[in-house]
Design a protein around this ligand. Structure first.
Ligand code: TMP
Length: 222
């Protein structure tokens, strides 16, 4: 990569139980320390303050909070994450792999909570300027299946206490956003077994690299 080139920003999205975090780990293993620096992070979270805010957002004992409060807390964590982690990493040429980002706010707060996309967009434009992920991998799974999988992981967090309809709204929003910008999004069928999803991720990754600068990328020999 040319000195001073901006890194790449890749995000992993989907409702609970879609398998995004597992697939993020698997894709990372393929990088194997070759090529540019890779930063792995998550939202809400990714900084000390962001992780404290995550604790509040997911604490089931807090119960209901106003949808606006939820959105603003998430963007407070995101502002911290952008300024302290994501922007400096991209500026020094690192590749940032982020488990969820602003697409989750459109899905969960915009659609799930019913705030609509406009309020999310205002905050997105304010805090991110022109920054958008270069690639969004959306792991798609029917809400009922995703929730069943998530609940086998143990205690429900505050978001997981929502009903199937909430997660179907979130799922539909992800799919609609992906349809609107096919060059930046790839939708993967998260209902398949883990190895089949990983193979689909490899294919999507290679396809995306073919559309960007393949030579600059670790793991491009797949
Ligand atoms: P997870 O990423 O470990 O699944 O948990 C994060 C939870 O936070 C998940 O339920 C989705 C939720 N969330 C939002 O509601 N809005 C957001 O913008 C983000 C990043 C996450």
């Amino acid at each position: 990569m040319a000195a001073g080139a901006r890194g790449r920003f890749i995000t992993f999205e989907g409702i609970e139980g879609a398998g995004k975090s597992t697939q993020l780990e698997r894709l990372l293993r393929r990088f194997g320390g070759r090529g540019p620096e890779v930063v792995v992070t998550r939202e809400p979270g990714g900084t000390a303050l962001g992780e404290r805010l995550r604790g509040l957002l997911l604490d089931p004992s807090i119960g209901t909070m106003a949808a606006e409060t939820e959105l603003l807390l998430i963007f407070a964590a995101r502002a911290e994450h952008l300024r302290r982690c994501i922007e400096p990493a991209l500026a020094r040429g690192a590749w940032v792999f982020c488990d969820r980002f602003t697409d989750a706010s459109f899905a969960y707060q915009g659609a799930g909570r019913g705030l609509g996309p406009n309020k999310v967009e205002v905050l997105e434009n304010w805090l991110q300027g022109d920054l958008r992920p270069d690639l969004v991998l959306v792991f798609d799974v029917p809400a009922r299946l995703g929730l069943e999988r998530a609940l086998t992981r143990g205690k429900r967090d505050r978001m997981e206490t929502e009903d199937v309809a909430f997660f179907e709204r979130a799922r539909a929003a992800y799919l609609e956003r992906a349809r609107g910008q096919p060059h930046r999004y790839r939708v993967l069928d998260g209902s398949l077994d883990e190895d089949s999803v990983a193979a689909a991720v490899d294919a999507a990754w290679t396809n995306w690299l073919d559309e960007t600068d393949r030579g600059a990328v670790p793991g491009n020999d797949v």
